[in-house]
Design a protein around this ligand. Structure first.
Ligand SMILES: [Fe+2]
Length: 562
C-alpha cells in the first residue's frame, strides 16, 4: 500500500510510506528556496513520484496532518475552556482573536491544499485527514524503536489544540488521555517571547534557548509563573494582560514590565517556566500510566535543553524525540496514521536520510560548470581531515538529504572544535547570529567519555535532538562546542549510521587526537539547507566555506586555469 503524506502547514512537505515503511520525505523549502514555506508541496510530490517511478494512480491514499478542524469529541472541552477563561473584556478579546485567526487561516490553507491537489490531478485519490496532534503523536511513536510508550505532543497550535497525551502499544490504536486547547499554548508563549526579544517567532526560538544559558531565571520567573500552571495533568494559561495565545499579540502591560529586565534574564525565565510546566506535566502522566518509555513531538520539543531534562527524568528509561518534531514532519505522521488505519503497522526509522540524492555524474557536471578547482583523490578522507585540522571550513555534500531541521552529515558544514572562537568564526562565515555554540559530531566509541550518562540507548544523540552535560574531556579537547552552561548537542556517529562522516572523523582523530568536529547545517543565514550540488557550490563561491567535499571530489574556490 502506497500512501502519500502531504502537508501545507508551516514548512510544507510530502512523504511516501510503502507497506508501513517510510521511504521518502522532504520539505518544499529545499526546492523553492523559501525558508519554512507554506506553499503547496508540488515539487516535493513531483520528486517522490519521479524517484519511485510512480504514476498518480499508483497512489492508494493521501494523508493530511492538519485542517481537520475541531473534532466533535473535543468541542465540549473547547467551549468549556472558553467559558471558564473569558471573564474579562481583555480575555474575551484575545480568545476571539485566536479563534477567528485560527479559523480563517486554516480555511485559506485548506483551500490552497484543495487547489494544489486539483492542479496536480491528485484530487481523485482517496484522502484522509488526521487531527494535527494525533499526527504529531504518530511521528513520535510509530517511527521510534519503542513497543509501548507515553507520547506527549506540544506546539503552538493545530486543529484548535496545542498538545496531547496518549498511551501507545505497537499495533494497537492509541489511547488519548488528554488534549490541550490552543488557548493554553506553550508554543505561542515561547514564540511571543522570541518576538519580544527581537527575533522572528516560529523560526528563531533556538536563539532564545541559547540566550537562556547566559541569564538568571530567578530574576523574572515570578512574572511568568502568573501565566502558566499545571495541575492534575493539564496545562492552564491565564489569558489577559500577561498572555494571549498567539505570537503576535500586543501585551502592553507585560511589555512595560519586561523592559526593565535584560534579554538574557527574560530568556532564562521563559525557558525555565516552559521546562517546569512540561516536566511537571510529564511526571504526572509517567506516574499515572506507569510508563518508562517517553516519546515526544511538536514544536516545543525543538527545545534541546528541555529535552535534556526530560531525558534525565527519574523513571524515564528510553526517550525519543521525532527528528522532524515541528510541523515540517506532519506529513509523515498523517501517512503513518493512514497506514495503520489500513492495517499496515509502521516500521521504526533507522535514519532520516530520506531526501534527494545526486549521482557522481551529476555532481561532476555541476563542478565542471562552476569552473572551480577540483580533484578526485584516493586519499579523500585523509585530505578532508587535513583541511579541517588546518582550520578550514568544509562543506560536506553526499548521499540522500536529511529530513528535518538538522544536518546530520549529508548536507553539513564541518570545522574543528579545538578553536574556542569557532562559533564566532562560523557565525561570520555563514552570516549567522547563534548564541548557542555549534553542535559537535563525535565518534561513538568516544561518546561515553565526552557526554555524561550517555549510552547506546540515548536515541536523541543520533539525531541532535537533545543537549548533554559535557565531560571535562570534551571541554578540554573541544572547547568550541561547549555552551556556557556546560552542555552540548551532539550527533553520535557510527560506521553504520554515516560511513562517510565516520571515515572523516577517524582520519581527523588520527591527525589531531580529537574525536569530534563541529557539524552545522549547510546553508547561509535564513536560507534553507542546500539541496543540489549547485547550491553547495554557490556557498563555496560566496566564501561561506573554504572547501567543498563531494565524494569522491574535493573542490576549492580557486578557478581552474583551463
Ligand atoms: Fe504542530
Amino acid at each position: 500500500m502506497k500512501i502519500l503524506g502531504i502537508s501545507n502547514t508551516k514548512d510544507s512537505g510530502a512523504c511516501l510510506i510503502i507497506d508501513g515503511k517510510l521511504v521518502a520525505a522532504v520539505n518544499e523549502e529545499r526546492f523553492n528556496r523559501e525558508k519554512l514555506t507554506r506553499e503547496f508541496p508540488e515539487n516535493s510530490i513531483k520528486w517522490i513520484l519521479k524517484e519511485f517511478k510512480l504514476k498518480k494512480n499508483n497512489i492508494d491514499a493521501l494523508a493530511f496532518g492538519a485542517w481537520k478542524g475541531i473534532e466533535t469529541g473535543f468541542f465540549p472541552e473547547y467551549i468549556n475552556e472558553v467559558l471558564t477563561k473569558a471573564k474579562s473584556n481583555t480575555t474575551r478579546k484575545y480568545i476571539q482573536s485566536r479563534f477567528y485567526g485560527s479559523s480563517n487561516s486554516d480555511k485559506i490553507s485548506l483551500e490552497r491544499l484543495k487547489q494544489g491537489l486539483k492542479k496536480m490531478g491528485l484530487d481523485k485519490i482517496p484522502f484522509y485527514f488526521c487531527s494535527h496532534h494525533i499526527a504529531h503523536a504518530y511521528t513520535a511513536f510509530s517511527f521510534s524503536q519503542m513497543n509501548n510508550a507515553l507520547v506527549i505532543t506540544l506546539d503552538g497550535r493545530g486543529d484548535f489544540q496545542s498538545g496531547s497525551v496518549s498511551v501507545w502499544k505497537r499495533g494497537k490504536e492509541p489511547i488519548v488521555l488528554r488534549l490541550e486547547s490552543e488557548l493554553d499554548s506553550l508554543g505561542a508563549f515561547y514564540g511571543w517571547i522570541t518576538k519580544f526579544l527581537g527575533f522572528t517567532p516560529d523560526r528563531h526560538e533556538g536563539k532564545v534557548t541559547g540566550l537562556a544559558a547566559r541569564g538568571n531565571p530567578k530574576i523574572c520567573l515570578h512574572i511568568f509563573k502568573k501565566i502558566f500552571h499545571t495541575k492534575n495533568g493539564r496545562i492552564s494559561a491565564e489569558i489577559g494582560d500577561y498572555f494571549a495565545p498567539y505570537m503576535k499579540a500586543k501585551l502592553p502591560k507585560l511589555e512595560k514590565i519586561l523592559k526593565k529586565y535584560s534579554k538574557e534574564d527574560i530568556a532564562a525565565a521563559a525557558q525555565k517556566i516552559v521546562e517546569d510546566v512540561v516536566i511537571n506535566y510529564t511526571k504526572y502522566y509517567l506516574k499515572k500510566t506507569n510508563q518508562s518509555n517517553l516519546a515526544v513531538s511538536g514544536g516545543i520539543f525543538a527545545n534541546v535543553l528541555l529535552n535534556m531534562h526530560l531525558k534525565e527524568l527519574k523513571g524515564v528509561k528510553n526517550f525519543f524525540v521525532f527528528p522532524h518534531m515541528g510541523d515540517g514532519g506532519i506529513s509523515v505522521g498523517a501517512a503513518a496514521y493512514v497506514s495503520e488505519l489500513h492495517g499496515k503497522i509502521v516500521k521504526p526509522i533507522k535514519d532520516v536520510y530520506l531526501g534527494p540524492n545526486f549521482s557522481e555524474n551529476e555532481c561532476k557536471k555541476a563542478i565542471l560548470k562552476s569552473k572551480m578547482n577540483y580533484s578526485k583523490s584516493k586519499k579523500f578522507y585523509k585530505e578532508i581531515a587535513e583541511y579541517l585540522d588546518n582550520g578550514k571550513i568544509v562543506g560536506l555534500f553526499q548521499g540522500k538529504m536529511e529530513f528535518g531541521p538538522r544536518a546530520l552529515g549529508n548536507r553539513s558544514v564541518l570545522a574543528r572544535t579545538t578553536d574556542k572562537n569557532i562559533t564566532k568564526i562560523l557565525n561570520k562565515r555563514l552570516s549567522r547570529t547563534e548564541f548557542m555554540p555549534f553542535a559537535p559530531i563525535t565518534l561513538e566509541k568516544f561518546a561515553r567519555e565526552n557526554y555524561k550518562n550517555w549510552n547506546k540507548n540515548s536515541l536523541t544523540s543520533y539525531y541532535m535532538t537533545s543537549c548533554y552535560h559535557c565531560s571535562k574531556e570534551l571541554k578540554k579537547k573541544s572547547p568550541g562546542v561547549v555552551h556556557i552552561d556546560n552542555t552540548a548537542r551532539p550527533q553520535i556517529i557510527t560506521k553504520k549510521n554515516n560511513p562517510v562522516v565516520s571515515k572523516i572523523l577517524n582520519e581527523y582523530y588520527k591527525i589531531s587526537g580529537t574525536p569530534s568536529l563541529v557539524n552545522t547545517s549547510f546553508n547561509l543565514h535564513e536560507e534553507p539547507i542546500v539541496l543540489t550540488p549547485e547550491h553547495a557550490l554557490t556557498l563555496l563561491k560566496k566564501e561561506g566555506i573554504d572547501v567543498l567535499a563531494i565524494p569522491p571530489y574535493i573542490v576549492t574556490k580557486k578557478k581552474r586555469m583551463t
